[in-house]
Design a protein around this ligand. Structure first.
Ligand code: AHM
Ligand code: MG
Length: 330
């Protein structure tokens, strides 16, 4: 049997773009992974430990928080407190960023529990994280330090709590995947070079919103639905889990396109998903696996954020499909 490579060992020995992973970044990633291990146990127990249902609170976006949203957020904050290189953190669930060391090389942003609507129905959910290079590590932390485009990410990833607990990770030199060995509590390397094929026959979108979409997205999906006798000359399959983590995990595993586009229900909002906690880390992973991402007009990681909780239209996955979507928006 081949030797198992654990996350810690991987981070110690691997080189990204020829350079070793800085110790501070290694520590931070291990702290996030350890917290997700705890979270994975809690998610698995659900009702047995009274974790299902609403927390009776709302978050900064005005969304009802589930108990697990709050627990996951608290666990992550606690889990990274000792990280020496972490200047501060920001969460989808909190209005303002929070200083950790105040100074340091990194900023951590996360969606502590993505796919909240799936918690109570025992469907895959996850944690998404993005680690930004703080531009001036020795200057005291300011809220505006977080407003960096996705190009400033040092690392990004997610942990999906599904039939298996699996982490996808990029350090800017490809994408790797680890699965949690629940017997040892270790994340074990399962895929070394994740690649998204440039073509696909699968798309993911919440079809119930079709009447609200903009014309380019309607055109794209209608052409997919036309099947083998239509302009695309092939039959497409559709999947929608309603947890971005799980839907993007499928795209990284076997190709496809994931879309949560702008729609006219909220004409003044650019989209539903959050740029800093969801779209940027997922775009980094997808680009590093050979795919692409866009909001229709711009590559997602090139967007200069104006607000920490900014929303964005998201289309990502197999490269040729994203190029087609971009051309329909042109
Ligand atoms: P959340 O972070 O509050 O869970 O919301 C984000 C989720 C995504 O994971 C998913 O793609 C989308 O919302 C599902 O939305 P819908 O219920 O409209 O299909
Ligand atoms: Mg989310």
């Amino acid at each position: 049997m081949s030797t198992k490579i654990h996350l810690e060992q991987y981070l110690k020995t691997t080189k990204a773009k020829g350079a070793s992973i800085p110790i501070g970044l290694q520590e931070l990633l291990i702290a996030v992974a350890n917290t997700c291990t705890t979270l994975s146990d809690e998610v698995a127990q659900g009702a047995l430990i009274g974790l299902l249902g609403s927390a009776g609170t709302g978050n900064v976006q005005g969304e009802v928080q589930q108990k697990l949203d709050v627990i996951a957020n608290d666990l992550l904050i606690e889990g990274v407190q000792e990280c020496k290189a972490l200047a501060g953190l920001a969460s989808e669930e909190m209005e303002l960023p929070m200083p950790v060391q105040g100074t340091g090389d990194y900023l951590l942003l996360f969606d502590p529990l993505d796919g909240s609507s799936n918690i109570d129905v025992n469907v895959s959910i996850g944690t998404i994280f993005s680690i930004l290079h703080k531009q001036n590590p020795i200057a005291a932390l300011q809220n505006s330090d977080f407003l960096l485009s996705g190009r400033h990410q040092a690392a990004a990833g997610y942990v999906v709590y599904g039939p298996q607990t699996t982490m996808a990770l990029t350090l800017g030199d490809g994408v790797v995947m680890f699965t949690l060995d629940k017997a040892t509590g270790q994340f074990v390397l399962i895929k070394d070079r994740v690649e998204i094929s440039p073509t696909t026959k699968e798309f993911a979108i919440n079809m119930s919103n079709m009447r609200h979409w903009a014309e380019p997205v309607r055109r794209y999906v209608l052409e997919c639905l036309d099947g083998v006798t239509g302009t695309r000359k092939k039959d497409f399959n559709m999947r929608w889990i309603a947890s971005m983590v799980a839907d993007v995990h499928r795209v990284l595993s076997r190709g496809g396109v994931f879309m949560y586009p702008w729609d006219q229900r909220e004409p003044n909002k650019p989209g539903k998903l959050r740029l800093m906690y969801e779209a940027n880390p997922m775009s980094f992973l997808v680009e590093q696996a050979g795919g692409a991402s866009t909001n229709g007009k711009q590559v997602i990681m090139d967007i200069q954020p104006q607000d920490l909780h900014e929303r964005v239209s998201v289309m990502l996955g197999s490269k040729e499909e994203i190029e087609r979507l971009q051309s329909y928006h042109a």
